[in-house]
Design a protein around this ligand. Structure first.
Ligand code: ADP
Length: 294
């Protein structure tokens, strides 16, 4: 069952692009990565899903229900961590969390205690005295205290130190094991690779690919590095399937996707001194997507 269904979602800010014709589904129980550089349209998509802003055209459903029409009902089962959190500085952490909990028809006291212990968050401090990382923790507890069925995280790790990031990821994995679906947006490739089953890649407001992490990493792409004895004209390698060409004196490197025989034939036409063929990292594959249309 799809927990999130996004169909041709477009959002214009005045005349300028937010997102354009975005479509993808997130299945129940998945940890789904939403990846793209800053300004690509991740927050716009997420804010539309939460009905904080409204689509120019297209639609989206969460738990099978239209996000605009059923917003209040849907939101009861969603935990949302925005990319930037703003609070009333004067409040104590515990009072803010109790206030957040009052929107739900359940007792969240035990869960608040549990989460703040895991994240080492002092409930009796005033918000204004907290570091950025600790404010982020307040946001995390706020997003999870009502035990939502769907967790939506917009760039959640900024401000958390590596140790705390690890604890946070463990927490998410634990929730996921209980059946909770997670949508996780990030521009940091390594954390998506670690945590997610599938990803959607967004670039300049448009989805360029939706795939399993494992598929992206599989044999589709090879990284070539070729060293020649003497200087040769590498322009012959500027053909379809070859991306990210880098030439340094007698070496050329590139990412290749296509018929491996055709590229090997090209290589055999020159006098090579050395050859490396490797699996590209996920980062290198993503760079390929980002640069594809430039
Ligand atoms: P991301 O979350 O991937 O960094 P955003 O969704 O924030 O990207 O931004 C997508 C595009 O929409 C960017 O070009 C950004 O400048 C624009 N944008 C975002 N919010 C607004 C806004 N409130 N008004 C005008 N343009 C906006």
């Amino acid at each position: 069952m799809s927990v999130i269904e996004i169909s041709n979602l477009t959002k214009l800010y005045g005349n300028s692009r937010g997102i354009s014709d975005v479509s993808f589904n997130v299945e129940e129980g998945e940890i789904f990565g939403f990846i793209g550089p800053n300004g690509a349209g991740k927050s716009t998509t997420i804010r539309t899903l939460l009905s904080l802003i409204y689509p120019t055209s297209g639609s989206a459903k969460i738990f099978g229900k239209d996000v605009v029409k059923y917003a209040p009902e849907i939101k009861r089962d969603i935990g949302y961590l925005p990319s930037e959190v703003f609070y009333y500085d004067n409040m104590k952490v515990i009072d803010l969390l109790k206030y957040s909990a009052s929107f739900y028809k359940k007792d969240c006291t035990r869960r608040i205690k549990e989460l703040s212990e895991i994240l080492e968050l002092d409930l009796n401090r005033k918000i204004e005295d907290l570091s950025l990382g600790n404010k982020k923790k307040v946001g995390i507890v706020q997003g999870l205290l009502h035990e939502p069925k769907l967790i939506i995280l917009d760039e959640p790790t900024s401000g958390l130190d590596p140790l705390m990031q690890q604890k946070f990821f463990d927490l998410l994995e634990k929730e996921n094991k209980k059946g909770v679906t997670i949508l996780f947006s990030s521009h940091i490739l390594s954390e998506v690779q670690r945590l997610c089953d599938r990803v959607a890649i967004i670039k300049e407001g448009k989805i360029v690919q939706v795939d399993r992490i494992s598929t992206l990493k599989e044999n589709n792409y090879k990284k070539f590095k070729i060293e020649t004895k003497t200087e040769v004209d590498f322009r012959a390698f500027d053909v379809a399937g070859v991306n990210q060409i880098e030439i340094k004196a007698n070496t050329i490197s590139f990412i290749f996707r296509g018929n491996i025989n055709s590229i090997l034939k090209k290589i055999s036409e020159i006098e090579i001194a050395n050859l490396w063929i490797e699996e590209p990292t996920l980062e290198e594959i993503f760079m390929h997507f980002y640069k594809k249309e430039e």
